[in-house]
Design a protein around this ligand. Structure first.
Ligand code: HEC
Ligand code: HEC
Length: 230
């Protein structure tokens, strides 16, 4: 048994010891903040994107760095997860990516505002968060191909892996919103593919495939590659 005065010494020494540890760890954390917050990458575009983020109450539905509402996906690493091009198409018209079944607001941002929002999301994705959020944090049905595999099939357009793959699988990898594209060259000719990619609605009114507004050379590259999927 401790005497009363021994107990007091024990209590005081313990309190001082653990308070000191707590203070040292706090100092250590504060020391790390400047190098982890990615502030040197803050451009004017990032700042504008942050204002758009705040003034449109994105956090009313989304979390970022874990803060916000839990209705919609966590967005800290969304640029890494989806790619800038995918997000651009999505923000222009969220429903285009998921026809008929989406709840994300269509804001009607102009292209510059979209660029700013993406710059902000990209910046926040590079803040050192000690690995938060753990990957993968969404969309288990979308398996992005690793860079190594993309390079292995050299002719495969990068655009396919940033946008089309959200909805289409090839070789068992990708989304299942649209049909798998293995063997599509047997089903469609080059000119059919070209017309389809230019404007799916004009070929098949009411189809769930979005009109993606592809640049001519991107479209040509995709058609050439799809033509090899036999
Ligand atoms: C009313 C709720 C709501 C608000 C407000 C909202 N979102 Fe969303 N957002 C969603 C939902 C729900 C999704 C999931 C896809 C879907 O169902 O449309 C989503 C998806 C996204 C995605 C794609 C995420 C992914 O991993 O697929 C991005 C990027 C995004 N939102 C950005 C924003 C930005 C930027 C703002 C503010 C300008 C915003 N959102 C405001 C509901 C919202
Ligand atoms: C938002 C989801 C979505 C995205 C993104 C998307 N597609 Fe589709 N795609 C579909 C759906 C759904 C269909 C089926 C349409 C139908 O039959 O009405 C389809 C059909 C197709 C077809 C016809 C396939 C067949 O066997 O009939 C081709 C080819 C195609 N898509 C290529 C692409 C390419 C290339 C991209 C990227 C540039 C792309 N898609 C992006 C949803 C998508």
């Amino acid at each position: 048994m401790l005497t009363k005065s021994q107990a007091r010494v024990f209590f005081l020494a313990g309190t001082v010891f653990f308070s000191a540890i707590f203070i040292l760890l706090t100092i250590d954390t504060l020391r790390q903040v400047p190098e982890r917050q990615n502030s040197e990458a803050l451009t004017a575009s990032v700042v504008r994107g942050k204002h758009i983020w705040d003034s449109n109450n994105c956090m009313g539905c989304h979390t970022i760095l874990g803060e916000g509402a839990y209705y919609a996906p966590e967005l800290t690493r969304v640029v890494e997860r989806r790619g800038a091009e995918w997000i651009r198409i999505f923000l222009r018209d969220p429903e285009a990516m998921y026809p008929g079944k989406r709840r994300m607001v269509r804001y009607g941002f102009d292209e510059e505002q979209i660029t700013d929002v993406i710059a902000f999301l990209d910046w926040i994705g590079h803040v050192d968060t000690n690995g938060f959020p753990p990957a993968p944090d969404m969309a288990p049905d979308v398996k992005l191909t690793s860079t190594a595999e993309v390079q292995a099939s050299a002719a495969r357009p990068a655009y396919f892996d940033t946008v089309c793959i959200a909805c289409h699988a090839v070789g068992g990898r990708g989304g299942n919103v649209g049909p798998a594209l293995d063997g599509v060259a047997h089903r469609m000719t080059a000119s059919e593919l070209d017309r389809w990619l230019a404007d799916p609605q004009s070929v098949k009114p009411g189809t769930a495939m979005p009109k993606l507004g592809l640049a001519d050379d991107t479209r040509a590259e995709l058609v050439a590659w799809l033509g090899t999927l036999k």
